[in-house]
Design a protein around this ligand. Structure first.
Ligand code: PLP
Length: 389
């Protein structure tokens, strides 16, 4: 498979698709209806909730089905702010996804958001947290489990423990952790909130989770009916919940081959050997998920690499976000001290369960071929010249 953007989204698993179709055909009733068709839909929803809860080792009552992580994050942030003293702060790490970053700014206000720094390897500064928790405790600490750009595994379980000791609620954006780290005995049930998106692990888009800590059950993401234990009003997306549960169940049981576990590292070594001193692997020495490589390639801007790789059938993404037509440095790379030039040449490669070591070899060959092609082209000269991407 030449698709290398699994951190952006993933193909829908056959198990999830079939579950979705079955639930749509057989359990299309409204789970709140009093007759048997409604009861059947309610049963399917309850089964999906129990399956998710068993896989994640939480209580089914802690599981709220949502439309995706962005909704889960926004809903939680609003509720957490409403529970906090007026001037209390929220801490977020410097490498949070914009869903957390913007929600914090929007609902808490700039003056109440404090940023936890990261080191050059993109790992949050746990000492900063340890030292800050006692003198001026925040009302909430937010930290992702895995960074979407670099794949860096954050020490969120340690931070959770620190927060528990200081009686401060901890929220985890676990979007890139779900479906990648398998059978991990993680204390999700002890977090105040955990957000996930189904489409990142083989469920359809528009499906997501919010796992709520026991003290947080009953917060309102949206009001109206009493669905989802009163936390999320609105008729439930039963096929979506059922397919999310099926995808999670399938992924939690998947095993990676030895070859798959080392393929990313071998790819990185090959890049470094091919262009010594010109390739920079970001967060190379940090603990990372097996699937993600954030790499600054030689000479050319990310957009050119991406377009030419796409022509060869390989999909990768940029390490820099493009806003209003002007490429700006990725806040994640900026927080890690990566300079502008290097950030502009950074691509993110992210594989999935169905990616083979041969696929990684193919991607390496395609990168070499793109380099040779771009290098052989005349550099544009003179004003008004259009650079061919
Ligand atoms: N958090 C992280 C770490 C992500 O990678 C993403 C999506 O890329 C999100 C949150 C938002 O997820 P969604 O767009 O599915 O709501």
């Amino acid at each position: 498979m030449a698709y290398f953007d699994w951190n952006a989204t993933t193909p829908v698993l056959a198990e999830a698709r079939e579950s979705w179709i079955r639930a749509s055909e057989q359990s299309w009733g409204n789970p709140s209806s009093a007759y048997r068709l409604g009861a059947l839909a309610k049963l399917e929803l309850d089964k999906a909730r129990k399956s998710v809860a068993d896989n994640l080792r939480v209580d089914p009552k802690q599981v709220i089905f949502t439309s995706g992580a962005t909704e889960s994050i926004n809903g939680f942030m609003v509720a957490a702010e409403a529970r906090s003293p007026e001037t209390a702060k929220v801490w977020i790490s410097a490498v949070e996804h914009s869903a957390v970053h913007k929600a914090a700014l929007e609902y808490w206000g700039e003056n109440r958001v404090e940023v936890i720094p990261v080191d050059q390897g993109g790992v949050v500064d746990i000492d900063w947290i340890r030292q800050g928790l006692t003198p001026q405790p925040p009302a909430l600490v937010c930290m992702m489990a895995v960074n979407n750009e670099t794949g860096v595994l954050q020490p969120w379980q340690e931070v959770l423990q620190l927060c528990e000791a200081a009686a401060i609620p901890f929220f985890c954006d676990a979007v890139q952790w779900f479906g990648k780290i398998v059978n991990a005995d993680a204390p999700l049930d002890r977090c105040a909130g955990v957000a996930a998106s189904g489409h990142k692990f083989g469920a359809p888009k528009g499906t997501g989770l919010l796992i709520l800590g026991n003290d947080w059950r009953g917060i309102h993401l949206q009001v109206g009916g009493s669905q989802e234990q009163g936390s999320r009003a609105g008729t439930e997306n039963v096929p979506g919940a059922v397919s999310l549960a099926a995808a999670l169940d399938y992924r939690m049981a998947c095993k990676l081959s030895e070859g798959q576990l080392v393929a990313r590292d071998q790819f990185e070594q090959k890049l470094k050997l091919r262009w010594p001193g010109e390739v920079q692997i970001h967060a190379e020495a940090s603990p990372r998920t097996w699937n993600t490589c954030s790499v600054s390639l030689p000479k050319f801007k990310a957009a050119r690499w991406i377009a030419r790789l796409d022509k060869r059938g390989y999909q990768v993404s940029a390490g820099s976000a493009c806003g209003t037509g002007k490429t700006r440095i990725s806040p994640v790379l900026a927080a890690m001290g990566v300079d502008e030039d290097m950030a502009a040449r950074t691509i993110r490669v992210s594989s999935g369960w169905e990616t083979s070591p041969e696929d990684w070899d193919g991607l390496f060959d395609a990168i070499v071929s793109v380099y040779e092609e771009l290098d052989s082209e005349q550099p544009p000269s003179g004003p008004g010249q259009v650079i061919q991407i």
